[in-house]
Ligand binder design. Structure first.
Ligand code: FUL
Length: 631
């Protein structure tokens, strides 16, 4: 190899120059498709949840809402698309049908759609309106079609599976070029099902015939659409709804099913979703979906809990900055527009990202590599680290699997983010990198990272000022690196009006039972109570009017004992109880956030009782915190 390389070199002006082009390194492992490359270039986009469920103040519609409730008074797709574009998002996905089964377009497959609603006298097509507004704001469009349908009486039979594919065909045919077809894994369970109100289970491995019949529809009609499901095939769920990819998150992945079966949407070994798999069989990068509010749908009581620009920026660093993409959930109000807090936060987040990354402080630096592939500076030199092209790169020879870059900045620079990228057309090659800076003449560790891929943003604990850096790189093959950047996070004050529910103080109520469950009222979100016998419920003696009740599920990442259904009772004597409210904690497994139950009016009763009526694990109920609220 070496002799071959040397024989192709000439000496000219004392410099070793290659006489003929040096071959580029061979790609390593699984590599992205053209479709995936285009998707990586998008970085971030949004997902809009707006269906009858919005009007019911729920997170999962049961499928029983009358189409008559779907009557926005002020729907404005452009207000929503414009807010997303102001945040720098590159795409919008319309939830064309959520689990409640209501279709936002006039489908031929069911009457449960906009065509039966009063909105635009049943003549409207909301998917089309979102598409038009998305394109007008220079973004790409996509659709989400829930496989689970709690309205359709055919759910569970072959007829529904056919209808589902017919719906997909309509969406893939009539809404321009789509960048994604988004399919979530939640399916099967109880629902309205045409009035039968029962539980239906399906065989997740066979029912939807994903590979045989369903994905081919997308491939045929929308070849550039990325198919999302928790197992791919084009991008995978990141395993949480916080928006965070793993500190190590490989774009390569090998889907693993459960119980020795094949991996399919809704039935996958979730353990490796967050981290991916080094040298996995396929290129299936993570997508980090996270709602802008605590839940995916609009709830007025959450107006003060809209994520701030700083929170969104943290998500950006831990998704886009970990080689994944960010998918932010937008939740319009029943009126049909985003709340002003959401709009304000999106615009400020957009400004923050723009200002942070507009100025690469490494520009003008001199970067000396320990080695350059075939000494071909023109083809593989370090100048490519500072150009705007994410596919041009500096490279080492095939036998060199460790290298060092010495970086002399143009004067002293102050920064707190280090960015690097690989040219992913050649695969995910780097195992790890270490960045050092000089302190009192000594090299000291500044940052390190694994799984680089499409993008890596290393946020430093402290802002530093220096004019000299060094980076060590490690890979199992020739090293290639395409970009190097230094940035300073842009900050400015931000606040929105805080309205809504107020947590009651401990002196406004007395928990009545609670020996085992003391941890549920210790004001420490990290501890949790685990209670084996909970059917009798949890009683609070109250001294003030109560407007709502809160249940925070355990926050340790485990799901055992989390409640999925509840009843709340009131009493004046702690003996006779009256049912005040009952419901489900939809989507709590994937998104274990604080569940706030708002009463229609304040209760003046002396006692209030919370009963978990269904939990994720039989015979155990877990709770991090109970809260009571007043207005
Ligand atoms: C999940 C659904 O169950 C949630 O309601 C939401 O739509 C989220 C984006 O996907 O699987």
């Amino acid at each position: 190899m070496l002799t071959l390389l040397l024989s192709s070199l000439l000496f000219m002006n004392g410099q070793v120059l290659p006489s003929e082009p040096v071959n580029p390194p061979k790609p390593y492992g699984a590599i992205p498709s053209e479709r995936q490359l285009k998707w990586h270039e998008m970085d971030a986009y949004c997902l809009i949840h707006y269906t009858p469920t919005t009007f019911q103040n729920k997170e999962w519609g049961y499928g029983d809402a009358s189409p008559k409730v779907f009557n926005p008074t002020n729907f404005d797709a452009n207000q929503i698309a414009n807010a997303a574009a102001s945040a720098g998002f590159k795409g919008l996905i319309s939830v064309a049908k959520h689990h409640d089964g209501f279709c936002l377009w006039p489908t031929a497959t069911t009457t449960y759609s906009v065509a039966s609603s009063p909105w635009e006298q049943g003549k409207g097509d909301m998917v089309k309106d979102f598409m038009t507004a998305t394109h007008a704001n220079k973004m790409k469009f996509g659709v989400y079609l829930s496989a689970w349908d709690r309205n359709d009486t055919r759910y569970g039979t072959a007829a529904y599976a056919e209808a589902y594919r017919a719906q997909l065909t309509e969406l893939m045919s009539n809404y321009g070029e789509l960048f994604t077809s988004w399919h979530d894994g939640a399916n099967g369970g109880d629902g309205y099902y045409g009035g039968l109100n029962e539980k239906r289970t399906i065989d997740r491995n066979t029912y939807y015939a994903w590979e045989e019949k369903t994905w081919p529809i997308v491939r045929k009609l929308q070849p550039m659409a990325m198919i999302f499901s928790d197992v791919g095939p084009d991008m995978r769920w990141v395993g949480n709804e916080k928006g965070f990819a793993g500190e190590t998150s490989w774009a390569t992945f090998t889907p693993e099913g459960l119980d020795g079966k094949k991996a399919v949407p809704g039935s996958v070994n979730e353990k490796t979703l967050t981290s991916g798999v080094r040298n996995g069989a396929y290129w299936i990068p993570a997508e980090c979906d996270v709602p802008q509010r605590p839940g995916w749908f609009y709830h007025a009581e959450q107006d003060a809990q809209v994520k701030t620009p700083d929170q969104l920026f943290e998500i950006y660093l831990k998704s886009v900055g970990r080689g994944a993409n960010m998918n932010l959930g937008l939740a319009p109000m029943p009126s049909g527009q985003l709340h002003e807090n959401d709009v304000k936060s999106l615009a400020a987040f957009g400004k923050k990202v723009r200002k942070t990354f507009e100025n690469n402080l490494a520009q003008g630096a001199q970067i000396k590599a320990s080695t350059i592939r075939g000494n071909a500076v023109k083809d593989y030199g370090t100048q490519f680290l500072l150009d705007e092209d994410r596919y041009s790169y500096w490279a080492t020879n095939d036998a060199e699997h460790q290298a060092t870059l010495d970086i002399k900045l143009k004067g002293k620079q102050t920064f707190d983010i280090v960015q690097i990228r690989e040219n992913i057309k050649l695969g995910q090659r780097l195992d790890s990198v270490i960045v050092e800076h000089k302190v009192n003449g000594q090299w000291k560790l500044l940052a390190k990272a694994t799984s680089i891929g499409a993008n890596r943003l290393m946020k430093l604990e402290n802002t530093i000022t220096t004019d000299e850096l060094r980076m060590h790189l490690f890979a199992p093959v020739a090293i290639t690196l395409s970009d190097f950047g230094l940035y300073k996070e842009f900050n400015e004050p931000f606040a929105f009006e805080h309205t809504g529910l107020k947590k009651m103080n401990a002196n406004q109520y007395i928990p009545a039972v609670f020996t085992e469950s003391a941890k549920a009222i210790d004001h420490n979100e990290q501890t949790f109570a685990s209670v084996p016998a909970y059917e009798g419920g949890f009683i609070f003696e109250i001294k003030d009017d109560v407007d709502g009740f809160g249940y925070l599920p355990r926050q340790d990442g485990q799901t055992a004992g989390i409640a999925t259904k509840y009843k709340i009772y009131t009493s004046d004597n702690n003996q006779q109880w009256k049912l005040l409210k009952e419901g489900e904690f939809s989507n709590i497994k994937a998104n274990p956030i604080l569940q706030q139950i708002v009463f229609d009016q304040a209760t003046k009763a002396k006692y209030i009782k919370f009963v978990p009526t269904e939990t994720l694990t039989k015979n155990v109920f877990t709770v991090a915190e109970f809260e009571l609220y007043s207005k």
